[in-house]
Design a protein around this ligand. Structure first.
Ligand code: HQG
Length: 180
């Protein structure tokens, strides 16, 4: 499959599996999973045509490993990034000393007042390294990288989770843990 086509399917899957399954008449279960056959059928009705093999190719080659199959590959879900309410059943984990958040200058004033908020998603997303945070911030303009003192937060009782694709997730980062 060509890269273009893969990206098109990946974008489509992000929309359907994270934000708007109802757009093609799908319902995610409480943990975010959908039946693969049903996804393929309903996507095709929406003129997004791909085979099971092509879907597997998109999942395997995806640059950020955004999607995962269950064990017998009968179901698929997004690993993180949802705006709809799903319970990913991630285990709480002890974070490293620091994690990073890539953002843009126009949000800094508000972040200084409110800390990092999850906005439309279910968690605040943090990166394990500055290169990744730089990429995340660059989606919106000139990236600014914030350093989050995650171990201190954890020691103060805040819970952290890691998605299956290595994104650190938490509920809210109060200003006092951010090096601005
Ligand atoms: C900002 C992509 C004002 C925050 C990426 C961010 C990531 C505030 C934006 C993943 C704020 C939310 C998530 C506050 C946070 N006031 N602005 N108090 N607190 N913000 O897209 O972290 O390619 O929901 O800095 O690579 O940018 O989709 O979060 O700029 O991993 O797989 O509000 O999405 O992954 O934006 O990105 P987002 P994010 P995918």
């Amino acid at each position: 499959m060509e890269t273009n086509q893969r990206n098109k399917i990946s974008k489509f899957l992000s929309l359907i599996l994270r934000h708007a399954p109802e757009k093609i008449g799908l319902v995610l279960d409480e943990n975010g999973w959908v039946d693969v056959e049903e996804l393929i059928t309903k996507a095709a009705q929406d003129k997004m045509i791909f085979s099971r093999e092509e879907l597997e190719e998109v999942v395997v080659t995806n640059d950020k490993q955004r999607f995962a199959f269950n064990e017998d590959k009968s179901r698929i879900r997004a690993n993180q990034g949802h705006s709809i309410d799903v319970e990913l059943q991630l285990e709480s984990r002890e974070p490293p000393e620091t994690l990073y958040h890539g953002t843009v200058p126009k949000f800094l004033e508000s972040i200084r007042l409110e800390g990092l908020k999850k906005m439309n998603r279910n968690h605040v997303h943090l990166s394990p390294d500055t290169a990744t945070a730089e990429k995340v911030g660059s989606r919106r303009g000139e990236a600014v990288i914030l350093v989050v003192r995650s171990k201190a937060m954890y020691n103060d009782g805040f819970a952290f989770f890691v998605s299956d694709n290595g994104v650190w997730l938490t509920d809210h980062v109060p200003v006092k843990y951010i090096d601005l």
